[in-house]
Design a protein around this ligand. Structure first.
Ligand SMILES: [Zn+2]
Length: 305
């Protein structure tokens, strides 16, 4: 018989997928699962998390890695009231003031904490990923949307759950309308979805953002223009953040970061060209990929115990 390990359940509830894992105090993963987010998740999020964790415990036992659940961390997007354990507002998941901590804790019977997916992801990058040893950092996942989180003086900035909405920094007031009510936000110019939309508007061809990057590298003039505009918008937002906060590390995550040098090389050059007196930040790809939020949920759960 294998020894029974103490674990926390780490659950990242995203707009399209739930990623969940059982994680030991040394951040070993005993079992993990990714499932589609149910359409009616707001109806009973406690039951959804409970079913996911029950499945994980069964998988761990099947693989002779028996686990004893001692805590749970749940991370969600949008505005999060971490003190009350409530999802305050999520455009993508369609909830307002949704209690999460209490229903999950009562069904699982273990202490439960609720956090923000991107702030938790940054916490995980500081412990397990590309921000290890950093005192100040901007974590900027660029995917379907654009989010961010800040590490300043060694602490992840929360500001009542409202910090880091860099995706809604207005870059071009004459730009496209954004779902937030403004026009020309970073998110509607430089997200993967925005890049795909802009390239399709110019060419009539629907291709993924990564392919726009490849076409830009190959000299396609439309792809080059769209990519350069996105890079310039990201550089402007990064330099604004560096100027205000003094961060010296910028970690690019999310799907767009998978483009690697095609994104980071021009972005480094564009950021450098905009700096005058500011300390030049190091720009790097985040290390934990799409597991950052889930591992961050584990960090929050272990910290709370
Ligand atoms: Zn906006």
């Amino acid at each position: 018989m294998a020894e029974v390990s103490d674990v926390v359940a780490a659950v990242d509830v995203g707009g399209t997928r739930i990623k969940a894992a059982l994680v030991t105090p040394l951040y070993d993963t005993l079992a993990s699962v990714t499932t589609p987010t149910p359409k009616d998740i707001t109806a009973d999020i406690g039951a959804v998390v409970h079913a996911t964790v029950t499945d994980l415990l069964a998988r761990a036992a099947q693989h002779d890695r028996p686990a004893r659940l001692v805590g749970c961390g749940v991370v969600v997007p949008g505005l999060v009231d971490e003190t009350r354990g409530v999802g305050a507002y999520s455009v993508n998941l369609g909830w307002r003031d949704l209690p999460i901590r209490d229903p999950v804790a009562s069904l699982l019977g273990v202490p439960t904490v609720v956090g923000h997916d991107v702030r938790a992801g940054l916490l995980a990058e500081t412990r397990l990923g590309a921000a290890r040893g950093a005192r100040h950092a901007l974590f900027l996942p660029v995917g379907t949307g654009i989010a961010s989180a800040l590490l300043l003086d060694g602490a992840v900035v929360t500001a009542d759950g409202r910090a880091g909405e860099l995706g809604h920094l207005v870059i071009d007031p004459a730009g496209p309308a954004c779902g937030c009510g403004a026009t020309g936000c970073l998110e509607v110019i430089a997200s993967a979805a925005a890049i795909e939309r802009e390239y399709a508007a110019r060419t009539g061809r629907i291709v993924a953002a990564e392919e726009v990057a490849e076409r830009a590298s190959a000299g396609d003039p439309d792809a080059t223009a769209v990519w350069a505009r996105a890079v310039a918008a990201l550089a402007q937002a990064i330099v604004a953040t560096v100027t205000i906060t003094g961060v010296d590390l910028v970690l690019i995550g999310g799907g767009l970061a998978e483009s690697g040098a095609a994104l980071l090389d021009p972005l480094r050059a564009d950021v450098a060209s905009r700096l005058t007196f500011q300390r030049p930040p190091r720009l790097a790809q985040a290390a934990l990929g799409n597991l950052a939020g889930c591992l961050g949920a584990a960090c929050l759960a272990w910290d709370a115990l």
